[in-house]
Design a protein around this ligand. Structure first.
Ligand code: FRU
Length: 500
């Protein structure tokens, strides 16, 4: 008997590396984008950095892989790349489901729960009141944790902001406003943003509204964010407003406004509607709290158009890669830029570089990449004088084309032949995005995981994120240009899995 047990233990120990790699065997499982092990996820919530750990909470339904009564799931990471799923943080209660919101570190103990308490500010969504069509089913509540997010206590005085009769009244994003030593809440209120302020996170005062006549209004305003970024010695305030539907390539997307915030009112300098990401798969994107001078954004890598139908099992949805935000002036306009956080470099393994290569027709790089997983990072600089494309494909003929259309001055991602497409009629599509930069060279970064591609063009001035579901990994890669082009420089790295 003893011998048998020892043998079994030995077999288990030897098989461990293979067991650890099991996630590679789950079709479409992202290898370095956060996914819950099982069941439904949507918006990232309460993202906050505390004592060396990044916390990600998220809209989660633990009983099925379709949207349902919302909880806050929880995951932690030391680098925003490799995440560890934790027990559920917040469960629905008598006031309703736990909808989206934010978290702050209460360094000055303003709420009286304890110094450095982690405080979550979220929407309570009451499904019973919703049925009764009172229009008052959403209110704002708080909860606190004194053990770095492991256990949570809901505040007895919830809700802290009652509904004034606005049917879409949700997704509070709270930050500390140092000049006036107060908390500011940015709340989505149907077709506008309402700002509130508070000294203690419990008692809130309405300050102002923004946006009823500004920006895109093709859908409901949701999941906002407000933060400053330093630019050429000046502080510019960024207001992010997610909208569903009404995105530039249909469905859910995030727009942003640049301007000023004085603690009471936000004023926008933006003349045109600007989008954080022109792909269809970056929604509800907001920033981490408490990251000092770095502003880091992460979104839900799906779209309400098809999120409930995507062919993954036993989970649904992933998050985008974390992105560092900046600002850049082009001509007279100022734009937000986003690039993958440098922490992503930990996944680089083998690769190769090329310099000044002429491409006429097709340059097949498949043999050089030696990559059968389809996970890679590609940094290349192309001439901007003519059309070109970068094609990810596989033996089955599935392909995703990332390209630049010179005549339209647009980037695009075409996933119309990307594999499994039948789950929603609009999924097979080509998405386009404007080019803003006027430089003669186009720097591009592509980040490919098992079921997604993220394009950062012109150092993050134009960004596109698209998901796709190939029959087999996209193990082939080529660069194409019909009329001929020079690739100034190209750097390819195979990325390893970050799944633990
Ligand atoms: C955005 C959203 C939020 C809401 C949550 C519910 O995707 O609709 O407005 O709080 O999802 O899960």
């Amino acid at each position: 008997m003893k011998k048998i047990i020892i043998c079994l233990l030995l077999i288990c120990a030897l098989a461990r590396p293979f067991l650890m790699a099991q996630d590679f065997q789950e079709k479409y499982r992202p290898q370095f984008h956060f996914t819950p092990k099982a069941n439904w996820m949507n918006d990232p919530n309460g993202m906050v950095y505390l004592n060396g750990t990044y916390h990600l909470f998220y809209q989660y339904y633990p009983n099925d892989k379709i949207w349902g009564p919302m909880h806050w799931g929880h995951a932690t990471s030391s680098d925003m790349i490799s995440w560890k799923e934790q027990p559920i943080a917040l469960y629905p209660d008598s006031l309703g489901y736990i909808f989206s919101g934010s978290a702050v570190v209460d360094k000055n103990n303003t709420a009286g729960f304890g110094k450095d308490a982690l405080i979550a500010i979220f929407t309570h969504h009451d499904p019973v009141l919703e049925q009764q069509k009172t229009g008052k089913h959403e209110s704002q509540s708080i909860a606190y944790s004194l053990d770095e997010g492991k256990s949570w206590t809901k505040y007895k005085g919830n809700p802290v902001i009652k509904n004034p009769g606005i049917s879409d009244f949700r997704d509070p994003k709270v930050r500390w406003f140092e000049p006036q030593k107060k908390w500011v809440m940015t709340l989505a209120t149907k077709d506008r943003i309402t700002f509130y302020s508070s000294a203690d996170l419990k008692s809130w005062m309405r300050e102002s509204d923004f946006g009823v006549n500004e920006g895109g209004h093709g859908g409901v305003w949701e999941c906002p964010d407000l933060f400053p970024i330093k630019h050429e010695g000046k502080e510019i305030w960024v207001l992010i407003v997610n909208i569903n539907p009404g995105g530039p390539n249909k469905g859910s997307a995030g727009q942003y406004f640049l301007g000023n915030f004085d603690g009471k009112t936000f004023t926008s300098n933006s003349k045109e509607t600007k989008w954080l990401d022109y792909g269809t798969d970056n929604y509800a994107a907001v920033t981490f709290a408490n990251t000092g001078d770095r502003t880091i954004l992460m979104g839900w890598m799906s779209n309400w158009q098809y999120a409930n139908q995507v062919p993954t099992d036993p989970w649904r949805s992933a998050n985008t890669i974390a992105r560092q935000l900046g600002l850049k002036t082009v001509g007279k306009e100022l734009y937000l830029t986003s690039v993958p956080v440098q922490e992503l470099d930990v996944l680089n393994t083998t690769g190769f570089s090329l310099k000044k290569v002429k491409v006429k027709g097709q340059l097949d790089l498949t043999d050089k990449t030696k990559n059968n997983t389809g996970l890679f990072r590609l940094d290349l600089t192309m001439e901007s004088r003519t059309d070109f494309s970068i094609v990810l494909s596989n033996q089955q003929g599935n392909e995703v084309i990332v390209g630049y259309d010179k005549a339209a001055n647009q980037f695009y991602i075409d996933r119309s032949k990307s594999g499994n497409l039948g789950f929603e009629k609009g999924f097979a599509a080509k998405h386009v995005a404007p080019r803003f930069s006027q430089a003669s060279n186009i720097p591009l970064t592509l980040i490919a995981d098992a079921a997604s591609i993220e394009l950062f063009a012109d150092n993050g001035l134009t960004v596109m994120t698209d998901i796709f579901f190939p029959e087999n990994p996209m193990s082939k890669l080529s660069v194409k240009s019909v009329s001929g082009i020079t690739v100034d420089s190209l750097k390819y790295a195979v990325l390893k899995s970050a799944v633990k």
